[in-house]
Design a protein around this ligand. Sequence first.
Ligand code: CMC
Length: 423
Amino acid sequence: MSENSITITDNRSGRSATAPIEHGVFPSAMVRELDKGLFMYDPAFLSTASCASSITDLDGANGILRYRGYPIEQLAEQSTFLEVAYLLIHGELPDKAEHEQWVHDITFHTYIHENIGSFMRGFNHDAHPMGMMVSVMAALSTFYPEAKDIDDTQNRLIQITRVIAKIPTIAAFTYRHSVGLPREYPVNHLDYTANFLRMMWAVADPNHEPDPVLAKALDVLLILHADHEQNCSTTTMRTVGSAQADPFIAVAAATCGLYGPLHGGANEQVINMLHEIGSIDEVPAYVERVKRGEVLLQGFGHRVYKNFDPRATIIKKTADEVFAVTGTNPLLDIALKLEEVALKDSYFIDRKLYPNVDFYSGLIYEAMGFPMDFFTVLFAIGRAPGWLAHWVELINDPEQKIYRPRQAYIGTEARDYVDIDAR
Ligand code: CMC
């Protein structure tokens, strides 16, 4: 028997099944070799690999994050968000001609149908931007019925281009709606992030050009958020995609997953926490409350990274660049003090609790002027290429079928219906 294998014995029958362990997983189908009616119980899929993927390599123990083999540090430093999007979707970095074509195609698909504008006018002024984003993304599928042909590779690429191109436009339109400003349309001479920032902030100035340092910082943040393997929203993308829904519908569903505060909302919680702490002098008392288990230190800890979050290191540098332009923020001083105190404290050291990507991202977004309920929308823009890369991988994977987990039924045994008068 190979060392790289696992054997499971069903003690009811005495039968055993053996399967190889490869890439840290074994095929759970071996369990069904023992008994066709036997399933593994795994709430929240904590022990389940739902697919084989070659997109993102995440090694939590060693703080490693790589897209298609490239370290996140190198991509954040040397690449651009659109190039990273190409890499995620196509598997390789583009050559010059491919890059030019890709940037051109994204740039020329940024407009959205005017009827979407009428559709958006139906939202209340205080509608949450993520609610608007989900609805508009789903609505786009009605404008592109051909997107349902998911087996045509060329057609798939057109829809992918549309999603990545239009998502910043939709995002900016949700903001303009919430503050009652007319929608500002994309312009082709600006790059992806500068164009988005212009659509957000331009008022009565057709020549408005965002600060290049802020545009670059946002580009880096989008790269850091572009993929994180089988998280909740990506799993939703794959689940809905496995039913062969079109990509607009699957991205809308993935956006719903991201909308949940446990997934996309942690950086908002960091800002709330910093406001609650209020001043540097209150930091030690807050840390004591954390240690007594009364509150969480928001932006610390991670389910997968148990050493450090490589994204947090990059983001801290980006934060310095942004604050050099926007001026410092009293919340930043509290955050820095909090980090300093926590990193020296045995409570956090022993539990391997370090700042995660969200500890500084909210501060950066706030300094750039984004309202707090918009933070998750920025996450969605960044994550869209990752979702789409997983969708393509799913469609091309011959082992994948419609997602259909099983359950352990623990309800009442069979019983007879009782007439309402007799209950
Ligand atoms: N503050 C204080 N104590 C904490 C924290 C925290 N932020 N995180 C974990 N702990 C403690 C926890 O109470 C437990 O202590 P004990 O062993 O005494 O019971 C120990 O550390 C281990 O925690 P855990 O619950 O097993 O860790 P987890 O892997 O289940 O949770 C987490 C990970 C991210 C949900 C959690 O660290 C947390 O709630 N952090 C704050 C929220 C946050 O920043 N979320 C953003 C995560 S990054 C998002 C992304 O990657 O997209």
